[in-house]
Design a protein around this ligand. Structure first.
Ligand code: URA
Length: 203
């Protein structure tokens, strides 16, 4: 039987984080989006930040990118319930373009401000493997000079005893679908194989 303590502690962190004003993103968010999944997962996925759908639903990776991630997890032999999924920032970063509100990548100061929540989630779940989904997560957790195209799919063992693997962001993979079919299938395959590597490493 799994220890219910972690669930209770994660719920306490969530309750506290819901009122967070550590950076300016609180002014434009609908709600704080905390991680979800198996609180004892061997694999933790660290994404970039909530987008429009996640901001509305209050759950990570529920939009189109999340659906692609779910399918890639399945192909790697993992269910969404087998992993814990969270983000480097817990509030949606937005920009205004041509009068429209759009998603944008989180800024370094926002990623730094969210660090205490990230630290609490990672340490409570205590995964053996952290998968950095996209460049911002890899730069925040592995190395600020991380180059995703060259270094994805490799295992980095850190001083916290965990293995870190970076993979392509599913939103990037999706963008290739309409521009370059060949690159899309290659990138999708890389996402699946990086998740398979995470699964094998977490055993
Ligand atoms: N992209 C992310 O990086 N995280 C989400 O939760 C959704 C989309």
């Amino acid at each position: 039987m799994s220890d219910p303590g972690t669930n209770i502690e994660l719920a306490a962190v969530r309750a506290e984080a819901l009122y967070c004003q550590r950076c300016d993103l609180w002014q434009t968010r609908t709600q704080v989006v905390m991680g979800e999944g198996d609180p004892h997962a061997g694999i933790l996925l660290m994404g970039e930040g909530p987008g429009e759908n996640e901001d509305r639903m209050g759950r990570p990776f529920v939009g189109r990118a999340g659906q692609l991630l779910d399918r890639a997890l399945e192909e790697a032999g993992l269910g969404r319930g087998d992993v814990y999924i969270t983000n480097v920032v817990r509030c949606r970063p937005t920009a205004v373009q041509n009068g429209k509100i759009t998603n944008r990548a989180p800024r370094a100061g926002e990623i730094a401000a969210c660090e205490p929540w990230r630290w609490l989630e990672v340490n409570l779940v205590n995964p053996r493997v952290v998968v950095c989904v996209g460049g911002p997560a890899a730069k925040a957790l592995i190395d600020k000079k991380f180059r995703l195209t060259e270094q994805r799919g490799q295992i980095f063992r850190r001083e916290d005893g965990r293995s870190y693997i970076a993979t392509l962001h599913p939103a990037y993979v999706l963008r290739l679908q309409s521009s370059d079919r060949e690159a899309f299938f290659r990138a999708r395959g890389q996402l699946v194989s990086d998740l398979q590597l995470a699964k094998d490493t977490a055993r």
